[in-house]
Design a protein. Structure first.
Lengths: 423, 506
């Protein structure tokens, strides 16, 4: 019998992990230590850990801004060393380590920006969650689509459709639940067009995606200026869901508000993420879906209908992205605004890759971006000295660094983007 | 189960792939479907498996006519298929692959993986397959992957098993094991349709042999018939399976590889410290099972793939050429026939003329002056292409025909024409006869021997077909997991070579 062949097939050497993680981490550590620490402002910064009036009161945490940066920078240094050591040992740096590192980096940035000021930790966290929800749901739709082998770059269009329809239907019917439902349906229908063009007519998936994005932007802009702007009180004034605070849990310091005092759209995301994970990795439908995305011909030969599987997963993914759009308008802002998705769909696209097509990793990465966005808003208020445009760049710089630096060589579903035709 | 195929006809455009083919397989019988590449064997099996719909004819199971709209119907009727290219999902486990499409479930669509594992174990134990249900398929050697495919079919209660060119990826020992499995299955009542073009295997295992040529059944043969009888039935004329060769002295070392290491696309070591020397006027064959680093080795020699840093060197007449570009290597000494002619050898959308021009479009080429002051000289190009078509017996309508329209054998002859007519001292040929008809194989082998004898070329032949290696080579280097197990003379026995191909040094 032939000897067993192991992954590192011809030698003990396995796939070479990327060296980039250590380098990128090192760079950020140095910035934290020198720019924020040694060169930073020694003024006191206060971290407000619990909101006033909650059951458990945690005293505010006050430190010197530069001292705090040195401390955090030190921790980041330790993680950098661990990552470098792993790389030298030919091991892959685990994603959770990168995420902890990112979290530390963000805290250091907070401490630096708020020198002489107060950091409302609880507020920032809960805002990050709220802002991340459209990205999470959009990316979840993207995952569902790519897992069956259809590249979906139309997430932006799906979010915008969801936001628009949710706002209009919510206003007209005066029922926000109907708004969410309509958003899901509208975005699902949009995705059906993507799915059928890609699957049945074999049109290039990137081109359809770009066209759908442009089309949705054009149509919503037109309707907004011709209709919503003039009759806003009737068709674009849905309001938002009430905040549902879960008793006791929502009063946990630091994370209580972020996790347990939210609008229903956020809770919906909390349910959908594990649900999609369960579907994909624990059910027969998920096994079939992944088979179709990896090797459609193999799936076909065991009697799985490739086209139908792709069509329905892409459509369902679109529905979820549509709910993400609803989370944007009636789940947060309370009205539809011109191009209000503002690139979140493209961030979601990056998040799909960064999260390695895994619902939980995807959500964690999306949270990082939610964080970056609230940082931008908040930093603008506490440190007006920093140019707004510079802070606006932050989420995109984070995207770039995250995708190039941390994602490393990740493997998409093997048949992603490839049409399947029978002989 | 008795399976009858009656008068199946399948057309692709104007091409008749199956012309009224009939075939009967009884329970527990091993029927061999013998035919050349392109004879229509795989088409027939895809019709049987419901992947293609036939224009005419019917399929009967136990005398009842059946209709298959898709593979699902065929499987439900008890037909299992092991495809030439495995239909396994590399990132799934064995149990997941076997269960796919008929997954056992617990509640709310949740998979019952325990049940799937148990099913794999049950079948694996019954036939002594020795397969771990939790192993990822991509980590398994091809021989074991093939067993997973068989388990997949049996787990759906297949009564008739179709094996499509199952031995193409196996070592001789693995082939023997597969044959033993086939006999075992037949004994337990499973019928087997064994598709192949390898005569030796047919003689070893088949109960009956059905020969197909150009989409038609040309007759039945017995396994006791001689190889040349079978071959002439398959090809339709007398075939001389031996290559005429003269004994001769080889010359200086032209190309030498010294301790080179190369990574594959996944960043894993595919060639691990390999050394070889090729002399002028000899054919050095690299034998070995597919996927042992041959592809990467060829690409490294041509310069398409970088050597691992710090690993040895490639020398042409004693001079290191690692720094040389692909173009530099091709112009100085090298001709290259890639293993995948459709992907790397030709541009299918280009005409034969344009394909001939591909690597001779520089004005300072030593070869024919196809390009003058940046413009293609179409008269010279046409004349040269016609000459190549003539001397390499390429069957084509004209030199303007696109390469994609030619048959595999003619495409391959066109690639050879381009590479052999360019000035060169080393000819690197990978899998020169894969998917090529017997007539073209004879021609290609002759041309390679002419290179050796008349041009004094140093020929490096990479082939996974042991027959080809044995008939062409002066010396044989057996490659296993990126290393050369040993270099032996051409009169080494098949058995020894088979062992070497499994990594056991002679």
């Amino acid at each position: 019998m032939a000897t067993e062949v192991k992954p590192g097939m011809f030698s003990s050497q396995t796939a070479k992990p990327s060296k980039k993680a250590g380098l990128v981490m090192g760079g950020f550590t140095l910035i934290t230590l020198f720019a924020f620490g040694f060169g930073g402002n020694p003024a006191a910064v206060t971290f407000q850990l619990a909101e006033k009036g909650h059951l458990l009161s945690v005293p505010d945490f006050t430190v010197s801004s530069s001292g705090f940066s040195l401390l955090v920078g030190g921790l980041m240094g330790i993680i950098t060393l661990i990552a470098t050591w792993l790389t030298i040992k030919q091991k892959v740096v685990p994603l959770w380590l990168s995420l902890i590192f990112g979290l530390l980096g963000v805290t250091a940035l907070l401490g630096w920006l708020a020198a002489g000021n107060v950091v409302p930790v609880s507020f920032i966290l809960s805002s990050a969650v709220v802002l991340a929800v459209p990205i999470i749901l959009g990316a979840l739709g993207g995952v569902m689509s790519e897992r069956v082998g259809v590249v979906n770059i139309a997430i932006e269009g799906q979010l915008l459709t969801g936001a628009f329809v949710a706002s209009v239907v919510g206003s007209v019917t005066d029922n926000l639940w109907l708004g969410v439902l309509a958003a899901a349906i509208a975005s699902a229908i949009l995705s059906m067009s993507l799915a059928s063009l890609a699957i049945k007519y074999l049109v290039d998936q990137i081109i359809i995606g770009v066209l759908i994005n442009l089309l949705v932007i054009g149509v919503t802009n037109f309707l907004y200026s011709q209709w919503l702007a003039n009759d806003g009180a009737n068709v674009n004034y849905p309001g938002t869901f009430d905040i549902l605070a879960i008793p006791v849990l929502s009063e946990i310091p630091i994370i209580g508000t972020a996790l347990f005092a939210n609008r229903v759209t956020v809770y919906l995301a909390f349910v959908l993420v594990p649900l999609v994970w369960y579907m994909l990795f624990r059910t027969k439908l998920g096994l079939r879906a992944r088979a179709v995305g990896e090797h459609p011909l193999a799936a076909d030969t065991v009697g799985i209908n490739v086209a139908r599987t792709r069509f329905w997963w892409v459509t369902a993914g679109g529905a979820i992205a549509g709910i993400g759009g609803a989370a944007l308008s009636i789940g947060n802002v309370g009205a539809f605004g011109r191009e209000m998705s503002g690139g979140l769909g493209f961030i979601a696209l990056a998040v799909v890759i960064l999260g390695r097509w895994q619902p939980f990793y995807v959500s964690a990465s999306a949270l990082l971006f939610g964080f970056a966005i609230i940082m931008r808003i908040w930093a603008n208020q506490v440190s007006p000295g920093i140019p707004t445009d510079f802070i606006t760049m932050v989420p995109y710089v984070v995207t770039l660094i995250a995708v190039t630096g941390f994602a490393g060589k990740v493997r998409p579903p093997a048949a992603s983007g490839q049409p399947y035709t029978k002989g | 189960m008795k399976l009858e195929i009656k008068g199946i006809t399948k057309r692709f455009g104007s091409l008749v792939a199956n012309d009224s083919i009939s075939l009967t397989v009884n329970a527990g019988e091993i029927v061999s479907l013998l035919g050349e590449n392109g004879a229509g064997k795989s088409t027939l099996m895809n019709v049987l498996y419901g992947l293609y719909q036939a224009e005419a004819g019917e399929i009967l199971i136990d005398d009842q006519p059946v209709k298959f709209k898709g593979p699902g119907d065929a499987m439900a009727a008890g037909i299992g298929m092991v495809h030439q290219h495995f239909m396994l999902i590399p990132v799934f486990t064995v149990a997941e692959n076997v269960a796919l499409g008929h997954e056992p479930t617990k509640f709310a669509g949740a998979m019952d993986l325990d049940k799937a594992r148990a099913r794999v174990r049950e079948i694996s134990d019954q036939f002594g397959f020795n397969v771990d249900p939790d192993a990822l398929v991509r980590d398994l050697p091809v021989g074991v992957q093939q067993r997973v495919e068989i388990i997949k079919a049996l787990s759906r209660n297949a009564k008739t098993l179709v094996l499509d060119e199952p031995t193409a990826v196996l070592t001789p020992q693995e082939t023997d094991e597969l044959m033993a499995i086939m006999r075992e299955l037949a004994k337990s009542g499973t019928s087997i349709i064994f598709i192949t073009h390898k005569l030796r295997e047919v003689q070893a295992v088949a109960d009956r042999i059905v020969v197909i040529r150009l989409g038609k059944v040309v007759g039945e043969a017995k396994p006791t018939d001689t190889a040349s009888e079978l071959a002439s039935m398959m090809v339709g004329r007398e075939v001389d399976l031996t290559v005429k060769r003269s004994k001769k002295q080889s010359g200086d070392v032209v190309l030498s590889l010294e301790n080179i290491s190369v990574l594959d696309d996944r960043g894993q070591l595919a060639v691990a410290g390999l050394s070889l020397e090729v002399r002028a006027g000899e054919v050095l064959a690299i034998a070995g099972v597919q996927g042992n680093g041959q592809t990467e080795l060829a690409e490294a020699i041509v310069g398409l793939r970088k050597l691992e840093r710090g690993s040895g060197s490639i020398k042409y007449r004693g001079l290191s050429i690692e720094g040389e570009s692909v173009r530099g290597r091709l112009e100085r000494f090298l001709s290259y026939v890639p293993e995948d002619r459709k992907k790397d050898g030709l541009v299918s959308e280009f005409s034969l003329e344009e394909n001939l021009l591909l690597n001779q479009s520089f004005e300072d080429d030593r070869g024919a002056p196809f390009v003058k002051r940046g413009l293609i000289d179409s008269a010279v190009l046409k004349a040269e292409t016609d000459k190549a078509i003539e001397s390499f017996d390429v069957r084509t309508q004209s030199s303007k025909t696109t390469a994609g329209k030619l048959s595999g054998g003619n495409q391959q002859k066109m690639v050879l024409a381009r590479e052999m007519t360019r000035p060169h001292e080393v000819l690197l040929v990978a899998q020169p006869t894969r998917g090529v008809d017997v007539g073209s194989i004879e021609f290609i082998h002759e041309q390679i021997m002419l290179e050796r004898d008349e041009q004094q070329t140093a020929v490096l032949l990479i082939s996974t077909e042991l027959d080809e290696v044995l008939s062409l080579a002066d010396r044989i280097a057996v490659m296993y997991r990126g290393r050369v197990v040993g270099v032996v003379s051409a009169d080494t026995s098949r058995e020894t070579l088979g062992k070497m191909m499994a990594g056991i040094a002679a």
